[in-house]
Design a protein around this ligand. Structure first.
Ligand code: SAM
Length: 245
């Protein structure tokens, strides 16, 4: 049965490979990855010698069609990204969609995923959350997006580049200085850090200090808004319900 396998790979710690990930990567005919030089190191570590081909943001469409041809011809292909779960803020979504349309099987070999791992260790409510991916890079658009999200009642998870974290925290400090924020840095690596505080406090810390490594930013949910009750509304509701005054 030919198949596209989405195989998760480590987000830092090389030990975070599942037995199944190693087996599938050994057994498939071809591995599509973002950066062949980067992935070769991981594959060498696990003695995987499967052929590699590059599949990244800017050749996603054309290369996807080529991979589809190979899948149709009966090849098994694994898709990996530089780190974590493919197709999540990484190339893959269109190829998965094309496979479904073409009746080609798609399977997942689950494993590391930065957003959900960060949420789990953040200490913020996990019952409802929304993944927002990367915020816009331009400051005006970023502030607009954050403003639109301020009343969100689910925990918000953002990917952020280390160069922009300080600016984003400064935006949050301006919009909601008291809101609880968590910055999860270098997960599963030597300098793993979970940094909690108010938006104002974290903005202050990274105003003075350079951000190193990879980061996920999480924002606590907004307090639910109580509907405003004025006397008229209460009286009208009571009348409608036929309650004695
Ligand atoms: N597909 C990946 C996944 O499933 O986790 C995410 C890829 S996205 C291009 C890269 C972003 O993930 C980084 O900018 C950072 O926000 C986050 N990230 C990846 N590895 C991380 C780590 N070890 N610690 C903290 N954040 C990480």
């Amino acid at each position: 049965l030919f198949m596209l396998y989405l195989v998760a790979t480590p987000i830092g710690n090389l030990e975070d490979m599942t037995f199944r990930a190693v087996r599938v990567l050994k057994e498939v005919d071809l591995i599509a990855c973002e950066d062949t030089r980067h992935s070769r190191k991981l594959l060498q570590h696990y003695g995987i010698s499967t052929r590699l081909t590059s599949f990244f943001e800017h050749n996603e469409r054309d290369k996807g069609e080529k991979l589809l041809v190979e899948l149709r011809a009966g090849k098994d292909i694994a898709l990996i990204s530089d780190a974590g779960t493919p197709a999540i803020s990484d190339p893959g979504y269109r190829l998965v969609r094309r496979c479904h349309e073409a009746g080609i099987g798609v399977s997942i070999v689950p494993g590391p995923q930065a957003a959900v791992s960060s949420l789990a260790v953040s200490g913020l409510p996990t019952d409802r959350f929304a993944f927002e991916g990367f915020l816009p890079a331009r400051s005006g658009a970023r502030r607009d997006r954050l403003t639109a999200l301020l009343s969100e009642e689910r925990t918000l998870v953002f990917y952020e580049s280390p160069h922009r974290l300080a600016a984003t925290l400064a935006d949050l400090a301006g919009l909601c200085p008291q809101r609880e924020v968590v910055v999860v840095r270098e997960l599963t690596k030597l300098h793993e850090e979970i940094c909690r505080g108010s938006a104002g406090e974290l903005a202050e810390r990274w105003r003075a200090e350079k951000v190193r490594g990879e980061v996920v930013l999480l924002l606590a949910p907004a307090e639910p808004v109580e509907p405003e009750l004025d006397l008229d509304t209460v009286l009208r509701a009571a009348l409608e319900a036929g309650e004695p005054m």
